[in-house]
Design a protein around this ligand. Structure first.
Ligand code: AMP
Ligand code: ZN
Length: 489
């Protein structure tokens, strides 16, 4: 097995991947807060970690992949007021908190199926791990790094940072955070406004309330990941992942909680996936610039002129390296679709190629295979991998046009590369793609438009009107222009 290198946010370097236990990998990824339907930006992060999971499996590791579901405790701060995002959504939709979580979790599962994500081995929820969270808070308090104040418990960041390093992931300086926070001092029950909540006292309107040694309340957001990752992967595991925006404060506070509870920095490798942007701005619910995964498939977004299939969107995502940001635009998706079609058209030919007795393509194929491995072993560089797959498509086309010859073994190898790197690692299934369907639709519509044109020329308006009305009923609009007739769904 060649060596895999992973960019570790902790050290700011690509490091050789050496799992804590030979042949096994423990990976924890921060999952969604299910107060609404996950958007395409959230999905980019989950697709990236799905690819990472897939490649680790491809390399033969036994992977335990844990991704949590935040179903309580995620506080958002809007207009200076702290609110539990799930409770807020529940009130708006006049439902129970757990009803909200169930509703959006079932949507999330459908999205993952549609976009071909593998399910993690465990998807634990915060509400099912309240005891574990309370136990860790008690340990942190016993070590003197947390204090109780008016029924809430806060992490004492100033005290912690005197004997521990804070900011190891994000590079934030505790002195700066403390001095910024001094200006806001004395406004609440915290000793210092940078102190974060481990446990919050219940408000009368809270829908989810649990008993604790500090009275009735609910857990803070960061503590759930510490409790669940420790429970399922141990005090230290191999990979901890999430989006870049979680470096601070979420991941920084996770490290502080683990160390404050007498454990270690929980992960050997911290991995952060970059953001999906729209016109250079991070896609986010609060900016209102977000698109839902099913809207893209249905073609009902404001920025896309047509629907795009899930394999095309996934291919587009994989064209960008997980640590680069990626802009979501109509043009970018159209060009990804072209690339996807070029590749899958070539890949689709392989089963029809006939093998020769001799070969002059062995070396070129072997080169692609070793470059594929090198790309993926270089911190999961899917962008380089796709460039190599285009090289493979060129080789296939040359074999098809007899500019190259391939024997049975070569064809078998080509198939293995496609199945291994395209289908298994990138998670792109091309047999069941929509693109064949949309090509068939294109042909069919050309035929219908042709028949309508003929009937109009023959002044058979009954037929031409019938075609138009029938298509209208099917939601297809015909537009007659100078350059002929076009159609739109
Ligand atoms: P949340 O449900 O807000 O906790 O987010 C779930 C995951 O989606 C986290 O790992 C975030 O970092 C990630 N995320 C949020 N917005 C984006 C975005 N625009 N692009 C990529 N990942 C994102
Ligand atoms: Zn987390």
């Amino acid at each position: 097995m060649s060596e895999l290198f992973i960019y570790n946010t902790l050290t700011g370097k690509k490091e050789k991947f050496e799992p804590l236990h030979t042949g096994k990998v423990g990976m924890y990824v921060c999952g969604p807060t299910l107060y609404s339907e996950p958007h395409m930006g959230n999905l980019r992060t989950f697709i990236n970690f799905d690819m990472i999971y897939r490649y680790l499996l491809f390399l033969g590791f036994q992977v335990k992949y844990v991704r949590n579901i935040t179903d309580c405790g995620h506080i958002t701060n809007s207009l200076g007021q702290e609110q539990d995002s799930i409770g807020k959504a529940a009130k708006l939709e006049q439902m129970e908190s757990l009803e909200i979580v169930y509703k959006y979790n079932s949507k999330f599962q459908d999205i993952q199926k549609a976009y071909n994500l593998l399910r993690p081995n465990i998807e634990p929820t915060a509400t099912a791990h309240i005891q574990e969270q309370i136990q860790i808070i008690e340990k942190i308090m016993a070590n003197g790094y947390a204090y109780e104040s008016n029924g809430a418990v806060y992490f004492d960041l100033e005290k912690y940072s005197k004997s521990n390093a804070y900011g190891v992931i994000s590079g934030r300086k505790i002195e700066e955070l403390l001095s910024e926070s001094r200006e806001l001092q004395g406004q609440d029950e915290k000793r210092n406004s940078v102190d974060f909540a481990l446990w919050k006292k219940a408000n009368p309107e809270d829908m989810q309330i649990w008993r604790s040694p500090w009275g009735e309340g609910n857990p803070g957001w960061h503590i759930e990941c510490t409790a669940m990752s420790t429970k399922y992967l141990g005090e230290q595991f191999d990979i901890h992942g999430g989006g870049m925006d979680l470096k601070f404060p979420h991941h920084e506070d996770e490290v502080a909680q683990s160390c404050g509870a007498g454990m270690k920095n929980p992960a050997k490798y911290w991995m952060h996936a970059n953001m999906l942007n729209v016109n250079g701005q991070k896609m986010s619910k609060s900016f209102g610039n977000f698109f839902l995964p099913f809207e893209i498939l249905e073609g009902t977004t404001s920025i896309f002129t047509k629907p795009f299939s899930a394999p095309v969107v996934r291919f587009f995502m994989m064209m960008g390296h997980y640590r680069s940001d990626l802009d979501f635009s109509n043009d970018a998706l159209l060009s990804a679709e072209k690339g996807y079609e070029r590749l899958t058209e070539a890949f689709g030919k392989v089963s029809k190629l006939s093998a020769s007795d001799s070969s002059n393509s062995k070396e070129a194929i072997a080169q692609v295979e070793s470059n594929n491995a090198a790309a993926m072993n270089d911190d999961f560089n899917t962008s380089k991998l796709i460039a190599e797959l285009f090289e493979l498509a060129t080789i296939i086309n040359k074999i098809d046009s007899k500019d190259l010859i391939a024997d049975q073994n070569d064809l078998k190898k080509i198939n293995e590369i496609i199945q291994g790197y395209f289908v298994q690692v990138l998670g792109i299934n091309f047999e069941s793609n929509h693109s064949n369907q949309s090509q068939a639709m294109e042909h069919l519509m050309n035929l219908v438009i042709e028949i309508r044109k003929d009937s109009r020329e023959k002044k058979d308006f009954a037929t031409s009107d019938k075609i138009r009305d029938y298509l209208n009923q099917a939601g297809i609009e015909l537009r007659d222009g100078n350059e002929g007739t076009s159609w739109k769904i």
